[in-house]
Design a protein around this ligand. Structure first.
Ligand code: AMP
Length: 404
């Protein structure tokens, strides 16, 4: 195979992060990475990303890139790894109102890449892909059949991150068979052989956006996020789970409009609402340490909900071999990990306080030697998962998992 450089663009509402991988000659190398934050306009950011790649000598012309990969969130009727053509972008537009913080920046960014690099294939790996093999009972809402047909079901998100954790945790626990099954998941739907006993992992992706997933033998059994990325755990400024009857009640009793309710639920809720206006976890922790009541409550609610989901998967998986923490908060905030693992010794989980305190942004086992369940920190690598699937897609565009 010739040149195989794949750029993965990670588009946030106000940020652009990228990683450039080289798969030439069957190897797998990260060539460079970069990004910009606090953006008001993605167009100059994308132009400067491409300029950085050229100035760094990583690419000299458009055709040096085999593809640009995107960690897209959700689209009507589309799942898995697909070529981004107009129909897929329209399917993302169809769901822009239920993923308002995610789909619009991705759609805008994808259109800009298509304009700046018209000859380069653009390929998406949807975050929902990892849950295609989760049990139906875990993914259904108890709604009329017509609603279900219209897509009202649990989809689950952070698929790239949780898939990376499925692979990496299995490697760390010396279960190459399970790591292989997780790696091959989008090719064979989890059919590659594994030995007994089953490997049971709970992955906590805790960041600006957070979710918990249960994983049996490399395959997800569910995710704390449901229909949309506003659900599940309290997010940085998005609401998390809420009884749906709150909305009609407030609209009727206070005159709240639908548009204002959507704005409040997507931008002014979650940890920001609980903490009295703080979006960044570091600020909330700092305020809680100074004795601020709302900040302390925000931390307590967050840990409570995370424990709720860990407990759910502990049961669904019939016990646990490893509890994994990842993403900005999970990798860096020892205090949150302490709170989540508090008083679980009867269930076989015991942190080593020193190892926990020392571990920041690196891979480490942080449980005590006598802990039956390993507690592990693993820095996530979502871009690598996207790049691998994009590469596989380029080699074989009819990969069976594309549209289940
Ligand atoms: P993410 O969405 O994974 O980038 O995570 C963002 C969240 O992680 C923010 O709320 C940050 O406060 C937190 N975070 C990121 N880096 C650090 C760090 N080095 N130390 C503590 N918290 C961090």
């Amino acid at each position: 195979m010739g040149r195989m450089k794949i750029l993965v663009a990670n588009l946030g509402s106000t940020s652009l992060k990228y990683r450039l991988f080289d798969f030439s000659g069957g190897q797998e190398r990260l060539l460079t990475r970069g990004g910009m934050e606090r953006l008001t306009d993605h167009a100059p950011a994308i132009e400067s990303c491409l300029a950085e790649l050229r100035q760094g000598g990583w690419i000299t012309r458009e055709s040096d890139l085999a593809a640009v990969g995107f960690k897209t969130i959700m689209a009507r009727g589309v799942n898995g790894c697909v070529r981004l053509d107009e129909s897929v972008v329209r399917a993302m537009e169809d769901y822009a109102s239920i993923a308002p913080a995610h789909n619009p920046p991705y759609i805008a960014g994808i259109r800009l890449f298509a304009k700046f690099m018209p000859g380069v294939p653009l390929v998406a790996l949807f975050e929902t892909a990892f849950y295609q093999w989760a049990p139906e009972a875990a993914m259904r809402y108890a709604v009329p059949e017509a609603w279900c047909q219209a897509g009202i079901r649990r989809w689950g998100f952070h698929g790239a991150s949780h898939k990376f954790i499925a692979e990496r945790s299995a490697e760390m626990l010396c279960r190459q068979d399970v790591a292989h099954r997780a790696r091959q998941l989008y090719v064979d739907g989890g059919k590659s052989p594994v030995r007994e006993p089953a490997l049971r992992v709970v992955s906590c992706h805790l960041g600006g956006s957070s979710s918990v997933t249960g994983i049996r033998n490399g395959v997800a059994v569910g995710n704390s996020m449901g229909l949309t990325p506003q659900s599940g755990l309290p997010q940085n400024n998005r609401v998390g789970d809420l009884d749906v009857f709150a909305l009609p009640f407030l609209m009727r009793s206070t005159g709240l409009t639908l548009e204002e309710a959507e704005r409040l639920l997507c931008k002014e809720s979650g940890l920001k609402a609980l903490s009295g206006g703080y979006n960044d976890f570091r600020d909330i922790v700092a305020r809680a340490e100074q004795g601020d009541g709302p900040a302390k409550l925000a931390l307590d609610v967050y840990a409570h909900h995370i424990r709720h989901w860990i407990g759910s998967y502990f049961l669904q998986l019939n016990g646990l071999d490893a509890l994994v923490f990842t993403a900005g908060i999970g990798e860096n905030q020892a205090g949150v990990r302490t709170e989540i693992c508090r008083d679980l010794d009867q269930l076989g989980l015991k942190l080593d306080p020193k190892l926990n305190a020392e571990t920041k942004a690196r891979e480490a086992v942080i449980s005590a030697p006598e802990s039956a369940v390993k507690i592990i920190v693993i820095p996530t690598n979502e871009e690598l998962v996207v790049a691998r699937e994009v590469r596989r897609f380029l080699q074989n565009p009819s990969t069976p998992s594309l549209n289940p």
